[in-house]
Design a binder for this molecule. Structure first.
Ligand SMILES: Nc1ncnc2c1ncn2[C@@H]1O[C@H](COP(=O)(O)OP(=O)(O)OP(=O)(O)O)[C@@H](O)[C@H]1O
Ligand SMILES: [Mg+2]
Length: 498
């Protein structure tokens, strides 16, 4: 007797249909899984055998063959347990297996018959929706599936519940769609940061244009503090972006219980991170930190302390907005369109430039420390802020002197609206170089200034265009149709002078 069910396999964020065929024949008792299955799928046999035993179903002393088709697509993960178990139950005629045709099933079985949560329910539901199928998933993942708008969801707690459902003895109620979650529940606020006017303005520009920013300054100036508050300035995720981000988080098993990521991700890995953990990959081709920061922020604190080869691995994704992980048998693609925010001290002791405190090796120690960062990586930052030790006057000023995050965020959202009004469909950081010159105001003095900036900062072509992109964002914040002199002058203040 042959029975079929459907599931999916993941390669990066790409989802492929997989059919699970089971045939039970006479012959020497055996239980085989074929079709490029990895170790976790191979171990399904033992979980299924034990799970069936618990719920009182014994596997017949026959030859059970499970085929995962197409045979040339690698299958990874424990979510194959459920479709394999369902196909076997169909083949044993415990219920009519034709019902399985309408569903895509995912779930990991535990030995006591419970269906455990597994990664990737959101992309699998989208895939099922595309193929006009319903989804069978673990009970806890019901919300996640429901967000896609898929109608036919069976979110079951136990395998026995599913058997009763398909036998018609019991109906599993569809999951209740959660109310939308409230965004902007931040526990920190820009108001708490005193002084550091330049860095605050830099973050505002970075948030409005999607620019990469590097802050350098002495210990205790407030770099990490500012970075932690950057998320509070960002515009909300659009529904399409929320879905993109949630798919990646779903594949990593990091989705919140409500089922969808609604605020821009903020990832701040420690500098001891390995290259695969940062860019993705490893044995299971998991999304790395840069993909988890997709449509959000990747903050690298103490930038020069990261291993050089790890930082260099960021260069290509920073340009292309995605990462392609080559593996022996296939390729995994993950989106990685993130904003890079970084902080560093100017030298190892941290006080370079402060005459009373800098160490005896200054200024050589500064050059040595900064040389840990390659030119091409530095070239990818649009905004550089050289922070100073905080002035004691700023620290004791009344707490209500600084602007709060909501006020700044309103300006950021206003600037993004203005970009859309100008007919622009991308962030300023993604502006095509060729189109940038057309954004300049027709003014001879402006052209003259541009020429001087080119010479003064010894800019690369990329650096030159990046300065113009920043000027475009400053112009958007002021609602200037074209980049005017004052926009360019302000953008020049954010160039690197190291
Ligand atoms: N501008 C500021 N306004 C208010 N508090 C500040 C400011 N700068 C620093 N502080 C206080 O000092 C603490 C340390 O600041 P923070 O960790 O941001 O420094 P840092 O610049 O990252 O230093 P390091 O280079 O050592 O990492 C903060 O938690 C905060 O209490
Ligand atoms: Mg710090």
């Amino acid at each position: 007797m042959l029975a079929k069910s459907h599931t999916v396999s993941f390669q990066g964020i790409d989802v492929h249909s997989v059919t699970v065929e089971v045939v039970i024949n006479n012959g020497l008792p055996n239980f085989n899984i074929v079709g490029l299955a990895d170790k976790a799928v191979g171990e399904s046999r033992e979980r299924i055998r034990a799970c069936f035993h618990t719920i009182g179903i014994s596997l017949p002393a026959k030859r059970i063959t499970v085929n995962l088709s197409p045979a040339d697509v690698p299958k990874e993960g424990a979510h194959f347990d459920l479709p394999i178990a369902l196909s076997i139950l169909g083949a044993l005629k415990i219920f009519d297996s034709v019902q399985l045709e309408e569903y895509t099933a995912l779930g990991e079985l535990s030995l006591d018959g419970i269906i455990n949560p597994c990664v990737g329910i959101l992309p699998a539901s989208l895939h099922a929706l595309e193929y006009n199928k319903g989804i069978i998933c673990p009970q806890q993942s019901g919300n996640e599936a429901a967000w896609t708008g898929i109608q036919n969801i069976i979110a079951a707690k136990r395998l026995l519940d599913l058997i009763n459902h398909f036998k018609g003895d019991q109906i599993i109620a569809p999951p209740v769609m959660p109310d939308s979650v409230t965004p902007y529940a931040f526990s920190v606020d820009m108001k708490e940061v005193r002084g550091q006017v330049m860095a605050r303005r830099g973050l505002e520009i970075a948030a409005a244009g999607g620019h990469n920013m590097l802050m350098s300054g002495p210990p205790g100036a407030g770099k990490s503090m500012l970075a932690q508050r950057f998320s509070t300035l960002l515009s909300p995720l659009s529904p399409e972006e929320a879905l993109e981000v949630s798919i990646i988080h779903s594949l990593s098993g990091l989705l919140p219980e409500s089922g969808l990521v609604t605020t821009r991700p903020y990832r701040d890995p420690h500098h001891s991170i390995s290259t695969p953990a940062l860019v993705g990959g490893g044995a299971k081709a998991k999304p790395g930190e840069i993909s988890l920061a997709h449509r959000g922020v990747l903050f690298l604190d103490e930038l020069p302390e990261f291993p050089r080869h790890t930082l260099e691995a960021l260069r290509q994704p920073l340009e292309t907005g995605e990462v392609l992980i080559a593996r022996a048998s296939n390729h995994a693609r993950f989106p990685a369109k993130f904003q890079l925010l970084a902080a560093m001290n100017p030298c190892r002791c941290g006080y370079l430039g402060e005459v009373e405190r800098e160490c005896s090796k200054a200024p050589l120690c500064g050059k040595d420390y900064q040389s840990k960062l390659s030119g091409p990586l530095l070239d990818r930052f649009d905004l550089f802020v050289q922070m100073q030790k905080i002035d004691p006057k700023d620290l004791v000023m009344p707490a209500d002197d600084g602007e709060d995050s909501t006020t700044i965020r309103m300006r950021v959202i206003n600037a993004i609206d203005f970009q859309k009004e100008r007919g622009q469909k991308y962030r300023n950081a993604d502006f095509k170089s060729a189109d940038l010159l057309a954004q300049l105001d027709d003014d001879a003095a402006l052209n003259d200034l541009l020429q001087k900036a080119f010479d003064k900062f010894n800019l690369s072509a990329r650096g030159f265009y990046r300065m113009l992109k920043v000027a475009r964002t400053i112009a958007d914040l002021a609602r200037h149709e074209k980049i005017v002199m004052q926009d360019l002058l302000e953008a020049m203040q954010f160039r690197r002078v190291l």
